[in-house]
Unconditional design. Structure first.
Length: 453
């Protein structure tokens, strides 16, 4: 009986506080670091770190150690945690190296839900000579370009040491893998998005089943549609790579991740993708979109929806999507003249085709001239009874699918076309490319369309 009572009493008492790490902490003079005390037991806990090097402080509520070391050396620090009734401690050795080569300068604290895909771009303060990392959870790997990515499957607090000079000097960042909430969505990254300074960008955040998305500390050049997770923007010169702190939710259950958006720095003369990057489509319908760039280029793409391909010479999207969904695809412009290729990301929203609904035919994106009237015939199978066009104030569409108007400004416009009948609607994006009329060049005048019976 006494043994049984002892077991019951032990089960009722809170677990004793224990501090398990980190045993070591590495940093570099003048380089920010973020680390976390790893402890277990009662809650809430109060933390302390006695003997921290100059420039570092501990938050007693969270146990995070943050700051920028100001002097090189090796220090022994006592870490402790307490829940008011019990406490634990351990010793940590802090090694701060003198600044030497390039360092990772974007150390911070991030959180990701167990089972979600994440990606984190390491950023060097100068040209990296070689990225390295240790201490990351299983499932995450580091690329040669400094992208730490994968699926973290073991909840816990991870102090990750990172380097941009092949391991000569290090700093520390913090990644917390939190247990997934029951019923919460899980993030996936079918295609890692990439961006480039001056190039249009769009990508879908993917978490199947999620009904709402949110982002903390979203860079000023990006905007997020909280309904479907569409992120859009164009990074200006000098824009650093971004790591987006994201949440996706279904009802009251939510998941977290970090998604990297690496931003490349093109050089003068490199072809910058310029076409509006959000494309609307429908299963079994064609499109009228093509990739354009600031210089002559050939095109390739990865991650396109099934049924679509890109024409290398013209940049046109060919074919018809065979499955519905929100898809991100990376397109690459490879210059014809000596220069470097440039990649960016486009977003395709493909709708389900209702049985009996119209099917839009593929269109060749027209090249127009400011001040010259134009007419484009929109063709659809399935006996459409009405058409609509949105996205351009210069053009209207009639009941027969004839899109007419006179462009008033040079540039690129994405027009969303739709054809409907009693069974449903098909939509597709048509790209209008308008140039300025050359002085003394002849300007076409109406009529620009003819009908015959």
């Amino acid at each position: 009986m006494r043994a049984l009572l002892a077991l019951l009493l032990a089960a009722m008492l809170p677990a004793a506080v224990a501090v398990s790490g980190p045993a070591t902490l590495q940093g570099t003079v003048g380089v920010p670091l973020v680390a976390g005390i790893v402890a277990s037991g009662g809650a809430p806990l109060t933390y302390d770190a006695i003997g921290l090097p100059a420039g570092l402080v501990v938050d007693p509520a969270s146990g995070r150690i943050t700051g920028t070391p100001s002097a090189a050396g090796i220090t022994t620090v006592t870490l402790s945690a307490s829940d008011g009734s019990s406490s634990g401690s351990t010793v940590m050795t802090v090694t701060i190296a003198a600044a030497a080569g390039p360092s990772v300068v974007n150390a911070a604290a991030w959180a990701v839900s167990d089972g979600s895909v994440c990606s984190l771009q390491l950023v060097a303060g100068a040209l990296a000579t070689g990225f390295a990392a240790s201490g990351q959870p299983g499932g995450l790997t580091l690329s040669a370009g400094g992208l730490l990515a994968g699926t973290a499957t073991a909840p816990g607090l991870y102090n990750i040491t990172v380097s941009a000079d092949t391991g000569l000097t290090w700093t520390t960042l913090l990644l917390e893998v939190v247990a997934a909430q029951p019923g919460a969505p899980l993030f996936t990254v079918p295609a890692q998005p990439v961006a480039a300074e001056g190039a249009t960008f769009a990508a879908f955040i993917t978490a199947p089943g999620a009904t709402a998305f949110a982002a903390a500390d979203l860079p000023a050049w990006l905007s997020l549609d909280g309904g479907d997770g569409l992120v859009t923007g164009t990074p200006a010169a000098g824009t650093p790579s971004a790591n987006l702190r994201l949440t996706a939710s279904i009802g009251g259950a939510s998941a977290a991740t970090v998604l990297a958006v690496p931003v490349a720095v093109p050089t003068a003369g490199d072809p910058l993708p310029a076409s509006p990057p959000v494309i609307e489509g429908t299963v079994s319908s064609g499109l009228g979109w093509k990739a354009t760039a600031s210089a002559v280029a050939s095109w390739s793409a990865s991650g396109l929806p099934a049924g679509l391909s890109i024409d290398a010479a013209s940049g046109r999207l060919l074919g018809s999507p065979t499955a519905a969904g929100n898809v991100s695809s990376v397109i690459t412009a490879t210059p014809v003249l000596p220069a470097l290729p440039v990649s960016s990301t486009i977003a395709l929203r493909v709708r389900t085709a209702a049985p009996g609904a119209p099917q839009l035919s593929t269109l060749v994106p027209p090249v127009l001239t400011v001040g010259s009237p134009a007419a484009i015939a929109v063709i659809a199978a399935g006996a459409p009874t009405s058409y609509a066009a949105t996205g351009s104030a210069d053009f209207t569409i009639d009941a027969d699918g004839l899109l007419t108007g006179t462009p008033t400004a040079a540039g690129l416009q994405a027009v969303t076309l739709s054809a409907s009948n009693a069974s449903g609607t098909a939509v597709a994006t048509l790209l209008l490319q308008t140039a300025v009329r050359l002085v003394a060049a002849p300007a076409p005048t109406a009529p620009v369309a003819f009908r015959a019976t």
